[in-house]
Design a binder for this molecule. Structure first.
Ligand code: HH2
Length: 294
């Protein structure tokens, strides 16, 4: 049996009851920021900016997982992410570097380059050898739920009960990971918002997130700029910051600990206020304001 209470995440700013994972996509076609950081220097500068804004983790990805995205060969993904991870590691920022990949060859090179966290949206189903690599290197990993594969995942996804089904999947993948030798305290879990889910599935998962928190491992939540937020608000991908922040606060209230976002500064403000309100963090100002207000 797995422990019933989540152990604190092994990363994060000291004293904060949450961890912000800033997204750096080194891709031409990501749904959220495709092409913006294809240049390694732009990606490294962006990572430094996200760290300065409060990200304690930087998640570097070289293959888009948006619905219908074309698969990227391992060599090309390697060429995209490795120079960026080396560059970020060379800056000695107070961040943990995560590699967002489903391929063992890419993960291995990323770990060699300075990453210490493997974020696999297939939870070791695409490349079962990835579990052994994570175990061997003694690094952290995130196991995410996805129904099907990126090319087809949004074609009429169905569940008996989305939360029960996702929970059963995550427990099963945790068993696979621990059987491969990964210690339980190295494992983070993620419901995979938007990965083979309708708008209602995503909202149901957010509403009942506490049922996944009860598994006992830190929960990662990635709602950032996703299309279900656009469906509710009618806003384009670049205008979904406020909607993202709303879901982040809801997820935090329900017990999630790690937030994978593109907009770090807004997320930090919201989580600080939420944490102070819920009594999980002292309401001590960290910055002075220039205007006096009530
Ligand atoms: N979402 C995306 C990619 N990786 N990893 C985890 N653990 N959780 C998520 O929700 C998640 C993820 C999709 O977002 P993005 O990276 O912005 O887009 P793309 O996959 O098109 O690059």
């Amino acid at each position: 049996m797995f422990a019933q209470r989540a152990k604190p995440a092994s990363v994060g700013r000291v004293g904060l009851p949450f961890t912000i994972m800033g997204v750096v996509n080194v891709t031409p076609d990501s749904f959220s920021d495709g092409g913006t950081f294809s240049d390694p220097v732009a990606a490294i500068v962006h990572a430094r900016r996200l760290a300065g804004e409060g990200a304690a983790m930087i998640d570097v990805g070289g293959e888009s997982t948006r619905p219908g995205a074309a698969p990227v060969p391992a060599e090309q993904e390697h060429e995209r992410v490795v120079p960026v991870i080396e560059g970020i590691a060379g800056l000695n920022l107070p961040v943990q570097i995560s590699i967002d990949t489903m391929k063992v060859a890419v993960a291995e090179a990323a770990l060699d380059a300075g990453a210490s966290y493997v974020n696999d949206v297939t939870a070791f189903r695409h490349d079962p050898d990835l579990a052994a690599l994570v175990a061997d290197r003694g690094v952290d990993c995130c196991l995410m739920h996805m129904l099907g594969e990126p090319r087809t995942m949004q074609d009429d996804p169905r569940y008996d009960d989305v939360v029960d089904d996702v929970k059963a999947f995550l427990l099963d993948r945790m068993h696979v990971a621990t059987a491969a030798g990964i210690p339980e305290e190295r494992i983070y879990l993620d419901p995979g918002i938007g990965f083979g889910k309708t708008l209602e599935h995503n909202l149901e998962l957010l509403r009942r997130l506490d049922e996944l928190v009860a598994i006992g491992r830190p929960l990662v939540v990635g709602t950032s700029r996703k299309s279900f937020l656009g469906r509710i608000t009618g806003r384009d991908v670049t205008e979904r910051v406020h909607a993202t922040v709303a879901t982040t606060v809801i997820a935090f209230e329900r017990g999630a600990q790690v937030f994978r976002v593109h907009d770090v500064a807004a997320t930090l403000d919201a989580l600080q206020v939420a944490a102070a309100t819920f009594g999980r963090w002292p309401a001590i100002p960290t910055r002075t304001t220039t205007t006096k207000t009530t």
